[in-house]
Design a binder for this molecule. Sequence first.
Ligand code: SAM
Length: 223
Amino acid sequence: MLKLFCSTAKGRQQLIARRARVAELVDAHGLGPCVFIDVWVQVPPLAHMFYLFLFFLFISLLFFILPSLSSVPYFPSNHKDAEPIIDSLASTKPHIMVDLGAGDGWVLFKAATQMKEQSLSTRFIAVEINPLLCAILYVRRLFHPNRKNIQIIRTDLFTFHIGQYVSQKENVCIYVYISPWMLKQAIQNIRSQIPKARIVSYMYPLNEKAKRVAVGIHKTYTY
Ligand SMILES: C[S@@+](CC[C@H](N)C(=O)[O-])C[C@H]1O[C@@H](n2cnc3c(N)ncnc32)[C@H](O)[C@@H]1O
């Protein structure tokens, strides 16, 4: 009868030693034909992990410098405009707030803190394409008091399937701070799925009359 032997080993030396030991046992007990299946678990040495980390940084860097990977450069909304921005978002009374191209997420995290303080169960979705910025978003969310209501999605904002994450019945508020020539395409994608979505655009107006304009260092337009 054919026997099957399974073993795991943490390195080549351990693997060879274990195989030899099993072969000895097979010989000693006359167990006849057998098949060895070795699962070699290799724990990467620190140097490998460091190179992996450098590779990750390199790929992320490409997202900062290549417009073909990230069509809108990373540039955070001005922190001095926190109040007009958060007030504009709150004025839409959202069930869900989406930051399209969330960057390091400071706007979204600040809004999430405020909504929690007001005991509101607003959900937050950060959409970001840059892997390094996504990693920062994940780490920041870990320490956020309202983390259970914050979702991070690594995807392209121009093809983002928002309909999968929100329902037509919910008040959706989209926050955008992206180049004016990209704004139209991004908003079209959202409105084709959620026609009633409210839009809050930092610095750049849409080609329609705003319901509200908050003035700080820069203007924040609410539609
Ligand atoms: C001007 S920054 C705004 C950051 C943040 N919303 C804020 O106001 O501080 C634009 C962000 O959009 C991201 N981005 C650019 N192209 C994108 C794309 N196609 N899909 C998703 N995010 C993108 C960039 O990585 C960057 O973080």
